[in-house]
Design a protein around this ligand. Structure first.
Ligand code: ADP
Ligand code: ZN
Ligand code: ZN
Length: 805
């Protein structure tokens, strides 16, 4: 619809609203006050999207608060009544509550983001209405279009029950058979037989059946439960599970929203604890959030919740279509679905009256959002738990150092943190035995194979006993690249400073930062040559999953199915699910994959879990490398021996003495966690301090340098650090500075980023290392406000950053 441009305030407003105006600005953290004209009095409610005059133009805004009259001594942004403008129109019905708005304000402050981008997280999927101005200067609203879907339901009428079709009318018979147990959709009839619309129409004319159009709820068909998943019946809980459940029950009385860390080994029955806790929450008439890492949001996980709670479960993951997402969202908004299972963003769907928030695999990095607002779901959930006065349950076999440190302190940000341990698996299932294979010894022994003798024998044993195995080939960050053996040159991207990844199939080099593809320069007879010296000794470094697959196929008898699961083989919408179904259905199989196979799978026939080379993950240049490697191998070990048959784990490594490897070998996690926490405390790393990474990038290198120096100086001033900022490049992000006592804030840098150029943009950053509880976001926001932004320079602020490159 076209909207009038001019304002005409005829009568006094009937109410006032506080509106967050949706314009891209980090500085705008305060809502503005607008009047509500009489005719919008009924629709201008909290959570609604409004059209508002803003300066000389119109903008979209979200109503966060509604008041009958203006506050008397107007705080900061409340202008004099005569200067207050009125909202012009309501563009979308309420989507969020006042509580949600408060959470968005908290997020904006905590993560130095704009309130509108935080509020947008709470809006229905499909995007917000967009405001466009046509050539004549009038405004139009482009509403996002994800239409509702409808299905035709066919049911028997009263007369239809006694209807007998003629003997020749086979199709009529079929339709009546299908309807015998209740209504079905025309889509189901089509799947069952063939297109039955003509038959249905004939039966409808004779008054035998009735056809009704009803709204379809897309995204619920995924209920298929894999054979190895649980049935609907609750199990009798073990003592450990009972204790965890009681701690959760107890926490429900705490209005401050207590946090319970369920620290249970893989297969200890954490999911069963969640299911029982949710059952009680539902009995109380409340609802539940369950966050699961995207990677383990498989049909298997979803099936366990759906088979227990049926249609009360809504599911959110990235593979849903826009229509499915919308329908799941609407089911939650309508109150039909009261258990939400999903990836991190599911936290923002309109679940009413939450009685519990559960985060499974709490330590997973995927809970941190990689774009603005760069929130961490654990932190947002903890804040939500305090707003809603409900418990937050964090489950993990390898709790994050953050969770462990807070449990040790017993308290964090005004909330009680408590840890419950479940060190054993229920019933006959035992933790698997772990063998460490020292690859150095294998190599000295003259072996050239990527599999040690032990691993070869174990794999052949699995084949012989007709069992299953999972084999991890982790090469994250170690994609195959080429290196010249003559001159040591590693081909890098022309636009970025990253090493190019080698793709064997297409014989090309690709940049994974900008997507540029380079054809290999042909060399007579050899196929390729060094781009620098022309030598033909370009060697490929880093094994790909494909090569391991080839080796497996060679080693194993033909009747063993080898299933490869990596980024390449899981590109399609349902590829992931289909591969798992193949693995489930196979009689004897090896599932080979990257870290995606280490998590969450529950197949009792798996008796062997192995790592081809454990060292890739140990040697990542990151202070969290040990934590991540430990998590990965512990999770992988957890895949074996979940059923009756005992499991076995084999880890191949050149570093058998590493604390991570030793901890996994003995199932004694204290070896690793204690040493890791002690090291971090000494070196002043998280969770003992917070790291905030401020990155800028732009095409003009000199302008970028000037800007980052100015910005760093302003942040230093805000933090009260008086040392003058040295010239760029002279302050390395060195360990020496890291050893500063964590009681006072430190600014490291600014320096060029590790990836100095990406997509022809120069990148610079500095890192703020601040004590826990220090108001680092406020300092950065104030600094940004004083320095302002620069045209052509982009900025990102990452509080509690994971990625410091
Ligand atoms: P986790 O989530 O800790 O990995 P699960 O809840 O998936 O553990 O449980 C692992 C296996 O043990 C599942 O197959 C589950 O059905 C079974 N299980 C869990 N609790 C019990 C129990 N109390 N008694 C018997 N079996 C159980
Ligand atoms: Zn590039
Ligand atoms: Zn060379």
């Amino acid at each position: 619809p076209a909207l009038a441009g001019a304002s005409s305030l005829s009568a006094a407003p009937c109410a006032y609203v506080r509106v967050v105006v949706d314009i891209p600005s980090r500085a705008l953290s305060e809502p503005f006050t607008y009047g509500v004209p009489e005719e919008l009095g009924a629709t201008a409610l909290v959570g609604a999207t409004a059209l508002v005059p803003f300066g000389s133009r119109m903008a979209l805004g979200y109503i966060c608060e509604r008041m009958d009259s203006l506050p008397l001594n107007g705080e900061g942004s409340v202008p004099h009544p005569s200067r207050i403008k009125c909202i012009r129109d309501i563009l979308a019905a309420p989507a969020f509550t006042e509580q949600s708005a408060r959470i968005a304000f908290w997020m904006a402050r905590e993560y130095v983001a704009s309130v509108s981008e935080c509020l947008r997280l709470f809006l229905p999927p499909g995007g917000t209405p967009r405001l466009v101005r046509d050539a004549k200067g009038s405004y139009h609203v482009e509403a996002p279009a994800t239409p509702e879907a409808h299905e035709r339901w066919v049911s028997l009428t009263e007369e239809g029950r006694s209807f007998e079709p003629a003997a020749r009318a086979v199709r009529q018979r079929q339709v009546l058979d299908a309807l015998a147990c209740g209504p079905v959709t025309t889509r189901e009839l089509r799947i069952l037989y063939t297109d039955m619309s003509a038959t249905v129409r004939a039966l409808e004319r004779r008054g035998v059946v009735r056809v009704e159009e009803r709204r379809a709820w897309r995204g619920c068909e995924d209920a298929t439960t894999l054979s190895s998943a649980n049935g609907a019946a609750p199990v009798a809980l073990t003592a450990g599970q009972q204790e965890a459940l009681e701690a959760i029950e107890h926490a429900r009385d705490d209005a401050a929203g207590r946090v319970i860390v369920v620290d249970g080994v893989t297969g200890s029955g954490k999911t069963e604890v969640y299911l029982s806790a949710i059952e009680r929450v539902l009995e109380d008439g409340k609802s539940a959030f369950v966050l699961v890492p995207e990677i383990s949001l498989t049909a298997q996980t979803v099936g366990r919740f759906r088979s227990r709670f049926g249609s009360r479960v809504a599911v959110f993951h990235s593979r849903l279509s826009a229509g499915e997402r919308r329908d799941q969202w609407d089911m939650v908004a309508a109150g039909t679905a009261r258990v939400v299972v999903g990836a991190r963003s599911a936290l923002f769907c309109p679940l009413r009256n939450p009685g519990i928030i559960i985060i499974d695999e709490e330590h997973e990095q995927s809970y941190k959002q990689g774009s603005s607002p760069r929130y961490h779901a654990r932190e947002v959930a903890a804040h939500m738990a305090s707003v809603y006065g409900c418990p937050l349950v964090l489950g993990s076999a390898t709790p994050s150092s953050e969770a462990l440190a807070r449990c040790r302190a017993g308290e964090y940000a005004g909330q009680r943190w408590l840890r419950v341990c479940m060190p054993e698996r229920p019933g006959a299932a035992r933790l698997p035995e772990v063998t460490i294979c020292d690859l150095r010894r294998e190599f000295i022994g003259g072996s050239r194979s990527m599999f040690s003798k032990e691993l070869r024998e174990a794999l052949l044993g699995v084949a012989e006993r007709r069992e299953k195995a999972v084999l991890l080939h982790n090469r994250r960050g170690f994609a195959p690249f080429l290196m010249c053996r003559e001159c040591g040159c590693v081909p890098t991207c022309k636009h970025c400073s990253t090493a190019l990844t080698y793709h064997e199939r297409t014989h090309t080099l690709e940049c994974h930062t900008c997507g540029a593809t380079y054809r290999m320069r042909p060399y007579p007879a050899m196929g390729s040559a060094c781009p620098k010296c022309g030598s033909r000794y370009l060697a490929k470094m880093g094994l790909g999953t494909q090569q391991v697959e080839d080796a497996l196929i060679q080693l194993l008898p033909d009747d063993v199915e080898v299933i490869r699961m990596d980024a390449d083989s899981t590109r399609g919408k349902d590829a992931h699910k289909e591969l798992l179904e193949r693995f489930d259905a196979a009689e004897c199989a090896v599932l080979l994959g990257t870290q995606m196979i280490a998590k969450g799978l529950d197949f009792p026939e798996v008796t062997l879990a192995a790592v081809v080379n454990a060292d890739y993950a140990l040697k990542m240049p990151d202070f969290r490398a040990s934590e991540r490697a430990f998590d990965l191998y512990e999770q992988l070990a957890g895949r074996a021996g979940r059923g009756e048959r005992a499991g076995r784990v084999i880890i191949q490594t050149y570093l058998p003495d590493d604390p991570v490897i030793r901890a996994v070998a003995t199932h004694d996690r204290s070896i690793f966690t204690e040493s890791d926490l002690a090291q971090r405390e000494e070196a002043a790393y998280p969770p003992f301090v917070r790291l905030t990474n401020v990155v800028i990038w732009g095409a003009d290198e000199r302008a970028c340098r000037r800007y980052i120096e100015e910005l760093a100086a302003a942040v230093r001033a805000q933090m009260g650090i008086d040392n003058p900022p040295p010239a760029i490049g002279l302050t390395p992000l060195s360990e020496d500075e890291g050893l500063e006592p964590p009681s006072s804030p430190v600014l490291l840098g600014p320096v060029p980023c590790v990836i100095e150029r990406a997509k022809d943009r120069f990148r610079f950053h500095f890192i703020c290392k601040t004590p826990v509880g220090y108001h680092v976001s406020d300092c950065i926001r104030a600094a940004l406000a004083s320095v302002g932004s620069r045209e052509g320079i982009s900025l990102s602020v990452d509080v509690d950053a994971y990625d410091l490159m």
